[in-house]
Design a binder for this molecule. Structure first.
Ligand SMILES: [Zn+2]
Length: 85
């Protein structure tokens, strides 16, 4: 049955790949969101901090997780403290 869903998966991935913007805010603290968690009931947005905190809870129910925390490092990590890698 998995093969039958291949076309659908392609569409979903394309739809969900829309990048998060500064207008997307963490549902918990209102900071800029870098992770989108897609559930059957809708989307949840989290900042990097709360995405990590809630990951164990949404891992079971999420249908898709869009993680853009890499952008966080790219945008804000160029200055002080960026040498952690
Ligand atoms: Zn947050």
């Amino acid at each position: 049955m998995d093969a039958d869903l291949g076309w659908l998966t392609d569409i979903v991935n394309t739809t969900m790949s829309a990048p998060l913007t500064v207008a997307d805010r963490c549902d918990r603290c209102g900071a800029q969101a870098y992770v989108r968690v897609v559930l059957d009931a809708g989307d949840l947005l989290f900042c990097a901090h709360h995405a990590r905190e809630h990951a164990p809870k949404f891992a079971d129910v999420a249908t898709h997780v869009q993680d853009e925390t890499d952008r966080l490092h790219a945008e804000h990590g160029a200055g002080a403290g960026a040498a952690a890698r």
